[in-house]
Design a protein around this ligand. Sequence first.
Ligand SMILES: Nc1ncnc2c1ncn2[C@@H]1O[C@H](COP(=O)(O)OP(=O)(O)OP(=O)(O)O)[C@@H](O)[C@H]1O
Length: 356
Amino acid sequence: MAISIGIDDVTRTFGTVKALERVGLKIEAGEFFTLLGSSGSGKSTLLKLIGGFDRPTTGRVLFDGQDVTDLPANRRPSNTVFQDLALFPHMTVGDNVAYGLKVKGVAAAERKKRVDGTLALVDLAGFAERNVNLLSGGQRQRVALARALVMEPGILLLDEPLTGLDERLRQQMRDEFGRLHKRTGSTFVLVTHNQDEALSLSDRMAIMHKGRLEQVGRPADFFAAPANDFVARFVGMERVLKPERLERSGGDTVAVIAGERLVLPGARDVGEMGLLAVRPDRISLANVHAAPGSSLAATVAGRQFRGRFFDFYLELGDGQKLDAEIPVEFADAWPEPGNPVRLEFAGGALVPVPAS
Ligand SMILES: Nc1ncnc2c1ncn2[C@@H]1O[C@H](COP(=O)(O)OP(=O)(O)OP(=O)(O)O)[C@@H](O)[C@H]1O
């Protein structure tokens, strides 16, 4: 049975380091939830608190509403797959997977049934007698997963489980996680610094930074409505412009930038002091006579070939810089560095964000 997780105002300090600061979060039963963040942002610390390998300095951890803050890992209905796998090297695949059941006192016949069933689930049927030392990286990864899954945990915690695997295996295991999540119905919590992994697998995710949750939501929310400029940059909108101000006009937002008014149809209201995150793939270059209101004057500062598109480096009248990705098929009409152009912005090209 899947279990929900509550993180209730949790702080964890190590000496003067605040690894987590007043974190509040609810992960629904059966969700695939990802903690995404750069190194040192507090992801592993939060996962350890959920798994029962550490305790918060203040605050509580709840499973299905019950306080489990002081329950040790082995008494929680959760299992963790760690980055270093920690398989028992001298045991067979079957014995590795059976270990937890043995400790729990599950009878031999039942144990064998569950081990065989779980090995089949991770595509390792027939591997029970193999020595784990003779397996490939991907197979070892599956054994580690099987060892956690055989316990039928209500919560499966995955701490950077794909680190160290080559790209092909990562892709394969990523698909496997998605499949296993559906099959088991358990609550999955994944820790990763890999954005693609987070976006492709998660029902919802959190972006962490300096021990805080910057934003929690569905993957698409982070692009459509980033909580602040840190999040916008984190998900790849590297350029963030500072308009003179943002105004409301009917249902639209109007940005006053480099002395021009630019209408952003339907864009959300983030207040006058907001910033504009740039989606370079939604900007096109128009000639200098393009209509004001949907375009801005700029100068081409340079360009670089990127394969399917050219990256144009552009400078607005007030000196702010941004990029536009221009598909190669429009090569004929390209302006040269130093040329004036007008930039046309498709819907969602400039996303208003609150300053962090
Ligand atoms: N046992 C510990 N003792 C002292 N400091 C710690 C301990 N564990 C974590 N920290 C510190 O807490 C902060 C958060 O660490 P944490 O491991 O949670 O980050 P992370 O986001 O998981 O990073 P990584 O991706 O590198 O594992 C870091 O500054 C780290 O140095």
